[in-house]
Write a protein that binds this ligand. Structure first.
Ligand code: PHB
Length: 401
């Protein structure tokens, strides 16, 4: 069997994508990975939060990814998978060390991760230097498919901008002229606020106040009191995981539910409805996934996921599943031979992903171009209302690849 070095594959990849100058600028002269026979197991590094407020998200992504692999007989492009797992604790300060555990120590062929935008920025720096193939299955940091974009960087989730941009139209349609945005103070919250502000202002709305608390604090009381005194037409919010569940309960307990309508990016209500109960009823959010899509693909996915994990899937499970599908598309095109980088990247770039969320493709910057649904909490479901924005593409500001 032909053993080709990944170093030559990397050069060929850079030449064929015209990325040599850009790569040199960021010092990308290291090999893509270590040389490995095509028959060897494919080393997949999972860098995700398995502890802390985002732990359920990391677990759902892991489950979704593994389901995509299992549906292909446990192999991608003919190669069995060996998993290497690191809990990143959603801690940006530890991101370089944790990324290097997988990239330098374990020498993974592909890196899958993560959830937290701040951690993702740390990962991006290392994969740009080493040329490691990276698929981001959640973290929305605009930079990942913006100023830090690169041929070896892919995302199967969303950009932060994308997740709230359609809300401007929705609020306008529902008669709201002023809004307050409330979120954790870090890249994801601030960028989702910006995506919303842009969309809302285009519709003539005004963002009258931004309220922040440090990640991952959940003492919302003082900010809720402030909202009550501002009396905006609407409140728009980003929280996720355990923090989202507590925010929804506290919003109702503060007497704001039913008085000032609550909106958000869909992370606010995804994966938390069992824990929150009726306090979330009626909350409207935009997201690239929803309950009640009722497509054959979504039905099959939900059934398979529930059977495998005894759990209902959520948006995070879908993003992990699609990371598996995207990687499969690349590896199948080169029959598992990752030294054929240019071909593999091309196959990933042009893949049409048959996702439970609906079919999507990648933008030039490697971010999904996808429909954004308006969803409304009805009982335990984020019920789809309508497509709030068809095929929304992130503007990819600063991406030069
Ligand atoms: C992020 O930090 O990018 C992030 C975290 C959790 C979400 C969405 C985005 O649900």
């Amino acid at each position: 069997m032909k053993k080709s070095t990944n170093r030559s594959g990397r050069r060929e990849f850079l030449r064929s994508t015209g990325a040599l100058a850009g790569a040199a600028a960021v010092g990308t002269l290291a090999p893509f990975g270590i040389a490995r026979a095509q028959s060897a197991k494919l080393k997949v590094g999972l860098m995700l939060p398995y502890t802390g407020t985002y732990a359920p998200l990391g677990n759902a992504i892991t489950n979704g990814f593994k389901l995509a692999v299992e549906e292909r007989g446990g192999k991608l492009g003919g190669r069995e998978i060996e998993y290497f797992v690191v809990d990143d604790e959603s801690n940006p300060a530890k991101a370089p060390e944790n990324t290097n555990k997988l990239v330098q120590r374990d020498k993974v062929d592909v890196l899958i991760g993560t959830v937290h935008s701040g951690v993702a920025i740390g990962m991006a720096k290392i994969v740009r230097e080493t040329g490691t193939l990276w698929i981001d299955p959640n973290a929305g940091a605009d930079e990942v498919t913006g100023v830090l974009c690169a041929p070896n960087i892919f995302r199967t989730s969303f950009s932060n901008w994308q997740s709230t941009h359609a809300l401007g139209k929705v609020l306008k349609k529902e008669g709201h002229k002023t809004a307050v945005f409330i979120t954790h103070k870090y890249a994801a919250g601030e960028q989702m606020k910006e995506g919303f502000r842009e969309g809302f202002e285009k519709e003539g709305g005004k963002l009258v106040k931004e309220l922040y608390l440090p990640f991952p604090q959940v003492e919302f009381q003082a900010l809720l009191t402030e909202i009550a005194s501002i009396k905006p037409d609407a409140v728009v919010s980003f929280f996720a995981g355990g923090a989202a569940a507590k925010f929804l309960k506290d919003y109702a307990a503060a007497g704001l539910k039913g008085k000032i309508p609550l909106y958000g990016s869909g992370f606010l209500t995804d994966g938390v409805l069992d824990a929150v109960g009726s306090d979330a009823e009626g909350v409207e959010t935009t997201l690239h996934y929803a309950d009640g899509l009722n497509t054959p693909k979504d039905k099959a996915f939900r059934l398979a996921y529930a059977k495998a994990f005894k759990l209902q899937p959520d948006v995070y499970a879908v993003q992990g599943y699609d990371a598996g599908q995207l990687l499969a598309a690349g590896l199948e095109a080169v029959k598992g031979d990752m030294s054929r980088k240019a071909e593999m990247i091309k196959a990933m770039e042009t893949a049409k992903i048959d996702s439970p969320r609906g079919q999507w493709t990648l933008s030039k910057a490697h971010n999904p171009v996808q429909d954004m649904y308006l969803r409304k909490v009805v009982g335990k479901e984020n019920k789809v209302q309508y497509v709030a924005w068809k095929a929304l593409a992130d503007p990819a500001r600063g991406c030069k690849a």
